[in-house]
Design a protein around this ligand. Structure first.
Ligand SMILES: C[S@@+](CC[C@H](N)C(=O)[O-])C[C@H]1O[C@@H](n2cnc3c(N)ncnc32)[C@H](O)[C@@H]1O
Length: 238
C-alpha cells in the first residue's frame, strides 16, 4: 500500500507533513482542544504519569509540535528537549515555553526522528505524542529515537487508534465526517483534517506496532488502550 500523504500521492511524505503542520500551526492548539473536547491533555497527563515511574532527569519529546507535552514534562523532570520538523509548530511552541517561564529548562530544536541531532545514548526517556503516524519511514523513525535513548531508558509513544465495541461507528462518523469539516473551516487547510483520519486508518496500530517496536530493538514492550481505544500508549525499553 502506498503511504498516506497530506496533499498529493507523489512527492515526499516528510515535506508534505512539514508543509501541512506549518500551515495549520496557528490554529493547531485550538483545534486540538475543540476536536478532542479537551481529552488530548488528559492523554498527555497519562503519558507523564507513566514517565514519573522512572528515574528521569533529561527527557526528549520527539514531534513536539507546539510543545504541550514538553511543557508538561518540565513540571517533573530537570531538562526537556523538544524536536520537530516543522518550524511553524516550533515557533508557537517557543512562545508558550517563554510564557510559562521555562526557557532555561526547555529547548526546542528542528530535527527529524530518523536523523536526530543528538549523540547516541543521551536521554533518560523519550516521549512522542501523535507523531509516529506522520513519519515518512516508521522503522527509521523508531530506530532513530532508540539510538539517542540511554540503554534501559524507556520510549513512550502516544498515538491515535481505532476504538473497539459500540464506540467504533460513532467515532468513525465523527472522525471522518464532522472533524474534517470543522478542521477545514477553522484551519483553512482543506487537506489536513482529511489526512488525519486517513493516517490513523493506515497506521499499524496495536499488536502490529508492538511488533515494530520489538523489531527495532525495543524490549518489554507494552500497549495500553485509552478512552475505549481512541488512543493507545505504547511503552518500550531500550
Ligand atoms: C499531530 S502533531 C503532534 C504534536 C505534539 N506532539 C502534540 O502532542 O500536540 C505531529 C507533529 O509531528 C511532527 N513530525 C512529523 N514527522 C516528523 C519527523 N519525522 N520527525 C520529527 N517530527 C515530525 C509534525 O511536524 C507535527 O508537529
Amino acid at each position: 500500500m502506498s503511504a498516506v500523504k497530506p496533499y498529493t500521492a507523489d512527492g515526499s511524505k516528510r515535506e508534505q507533513v512539514e508543509r501541512m503542520f506549518d500551515s495549520i500551526s496557528p490554529k493547531y492548539d485550538l483545534l486540538n482542544r475543540l476536536l478532542s473536547f479537551g481529552t488530548d491533555q488528559s492523554w498527555r497527563r497519562k503519558v507523564m504519569r507513566s514517565v514519573g515511574q522512572e528515574n528521569v532527569r533529561e527527557l526528549l519529546d520527539v514531534a513536539t509540535g507546539t510543545a504541550d507535552l514538553a511543557i508538561m514534562a518540565a513540571k517533573q523532570v530537570d531538562r526537556v528537549t523538544g524536536a520537530d520538523i516543522s518550524e511553524g509548530m516550533l515557533g508557537f511552541g517557543r512562545e508558550k515555553v517563554k510564557k510559562a517561564g521555562l526557557s532555561s529548562r526547555v529547548e526546542l530544536v528542528r530535527g527529524d526522528a530518523a536523523d536526530l541531532p543528538f549523540a547516541d545514548n543521551r536521554f533518560d526517556a523519550i516521549t512522542v505524542a501523535f507523531g509516529v503516524r506522520n513519519f515518512e519511514d516508521l522503522d527509521r523513525g523508531v530506530r532513530g529515537m532508540l539510538r539517542v535513548l540511554k540503554p534501559n531508558g524507556r520510549l513512550f509513544v502516544l498515538e491515535f487508534s481505532k476504538p473497539h465495541g459500540w464506540m467504533r461507528p460513532f467515532f468513525h462518523f465523527y472522525f471522518h465526517r464532522i472533524m474534517p469539516a470543522i478542521g477545514r473551516l477553522v484551519s483553512k487547510d482543506s487537506a489536513a483534517y482529511t489526512y488525519l483520519p486517513a493516517s490513523v486508518d493506515a497506521f499499524p496500530e496495536g499488536p502490529a506496532f508492538v511488533a515494530i517496536l520489538r523489531n527495532c530493538g525495543g524490549r518489554e514492550v507494552t500497549s495500553r488502550s485509552l478512552t475505549g481505544g481512541i488512543a493507545t500508549l505504547y511503552i518500550a525499553r531500550k
